[in-house]
Design a protein around this ligand. Structure first.
Ligand code: UGA
Length: 442
């Protein structure tokens, strides 16, 4: 396989994973960021991202001389054959994706890109962005390609190196072929299309996943009312190959840095295009209501009315990040539930192994968390003098908690398991009452 000279702009989740994995595939990669402190850490093979296998790939790439880190985009692109844009595209106030960073990087590198180079957008960007970048560049000898990334946090390296598919879109076929060739070693099915369709695939996939999750969360509520069990219902649905078993686990709602942002962005894009996407509105609305529904469930498990005030009620929270094996609090459903419980008057203590292992700190979410609760470094301390513990993130270690010890610490032996994650029998045998989601009593 030909080894390309690649520049990756942005050392966040997507950029750093792409840089480290492209180096692992044999390419020579310069990864640029604007944060000198982050770059210093990376040069030592350390990252602030809790991501299995990533630090190791960075270290291997550095040692092999195939990966280097540079300050600023300009320093990375001058001899590149392919440049990946992996900079943030946050949600603007109107729900649309904010492209200010993408545009400023394009302006910075515009005159530095070598003729024949290919500029690839890997960040999730609205349909039409490749065309807009081409206009901003205004250079016939540069191909612009959309190559969306589908990796999940918590399994980013594994997803990058074993993708379900590669999607590449461009209005210049040779540029698209070059980007597809970078992944030749992975043996994944490759969809080569136009830029707008490639950009749309990313939104279409993430919004479909969100739809599946809101559907299963709504179905879980119905199962509770009608005496059915969502776990069995999901299994029964999932064996149908047209449906599939994944993304059918109900929970406290879906969050993270992608699904919430991308659903809002596609809805905003639909509105701007005059398309009434009511279905997506309902998907977002269902998720928005989920935190309140979980708070009602906690109140009922404590022997109160669903909408009762929780003044002075102490509640322990197990898991605060948006999903297990990460340290990411962005749009975490656990934080939304904590907000709701605190608004009803509850006093909160929380524990999360991801934040203990690696907490970059300083984020708005971390500040909010510290305002909302007392954060402990011991799961058992969350139960001390509390009326209930609530499992909000599916960390494996919660399955091995000593529930008898927990029961001894709680003033009421109540567990609310918002992910149906624990072994119910173990919890009940320890003398606690267990409430899951979507488990009705017929
Ligand atoms: C998501 C997509 O899954 C990736 O394919 C995509 O590349 C990425 O966004 C992105 O756009 O960058 P990620 O945000 O890492 O990945 O998280 P997911 O694994 O999709 O989980 C999203 C939320 O759904 C989490 O809060 C998770 O706990 C929840 N979830 C997931 C459930 O509640 N039940 C499930 O069965 C699955």
């Amino acid at each position: 396989m030909h080894s390309y000279r690649i520049a990756v702009i942005g050392a966040g989740y997507v950029g750093l994973t792409a840089a480290a994995c492209l180096a692992a595939l044999g390419h020579r990669v310069a990864c640029a960021d604007v944060d000198p402190a982050k770059l210093e850490m990376l040069e030592r093979g350390e990252t602030t991202l809790l991501e299995p296998g990533l630090a190791e790939r960075v270290t291997t790439g550095l040692a092999a001389g195939r990966l280097r880190f540079v300050l600023g985009a300009a320093a990375a692109v001058t001899d590149a054959e392919v440049v990946f844009l992996c900079v943030p595209t946050p949600m603007a106030a109107d729900g649309e994706a904010d492209l200010a960073i993408v545009e400023s990087v394009v302006a910075e590198i515009r005159d530095l890109l070598p003729p024949g180079c290919v500029l690839v957008e890997k960040s999730t960007v609205p349909v039409g962005t490749a065309a807009r970048i081409s206009d901003l560049l205004d250079r016939e000898n540069i191909g612009v390609v959309s190559n969306p990334e589908f990796l999940r946090e918590g399994s980013a390296v594994e997803d990058f190196l074993n993708p379900d598919r590669i999607v590449v879109g461009s209005d210049k076929p040779a540029a698209a072929e070059r980007v597809a060739a970078l992944y030749a070693g992975l043996g994944a099915p490759t969809v080569i299309t136009d830029a707008a369709s490639a950009e749309m695939v990313k939104y279409a996939a993430n919004c479909f996943l969100a739809t599946k999750l809101s559907y299963v969360n709504a179905l879980a509520e119905l199962c509770e009312r009608l005496g059915a069990n969502i776990v069995d219902v999901a299994e029964g649905m999932g064996y149908d190959r047209r449906i599939g078993t994944s993304f059918l686990r109900p929970g406290p709602g879906w969050g993270g840095s992608c699904l919430p942002k991308d659903t809002h962005a596609l809805l905003a894009a639909a509105g701007a295009a005059g398309v009434d996407f009511d279905l997506l509105k309902a998907v977002i609305g269902t998720n928005f209501r989920q935190a309140g529904r979980i708070a009602d469930k906690v109140a009922v498990a404590c022997g109160l009315a669903p909408d009762a005030g929780l003044d002075g009620v102490r509640i322990g929270l197990l898991g605060l990040v948006f999903k297990a094996d990460t340290n990411d609090l962005r749009s975490s459903p656990a934080l939304a539930v904590a907000e709701e419980l605190a608004a009803r008057g509850a006093e909160l203590a929380g524990y999360d192994p991801g934040l203990l292992a690696c907490d970059p700190g300083g984020s708005a979410e971390r500040t909010r968390l510290d305002d909302l609760m007392f954060l402990t470094d011991d799961p058992y301390l969350t139960a001390k003098d509390a009326q209930a513990v609530v499992v909000l993130t599916e960390w494996r270690e919660f399955r091995t908690i000593d529930w008898r010890r927990m029961a001894g610490l709680l003033t009421k032996p109540v567990v609310v398991d918002t992910r149906n994650h624990l072994d119910r029998d173990v919890v009940e045998l320890a003398g606690l009452s267990w409430t899951g989601v979507g488990i009705g009593t017929a």
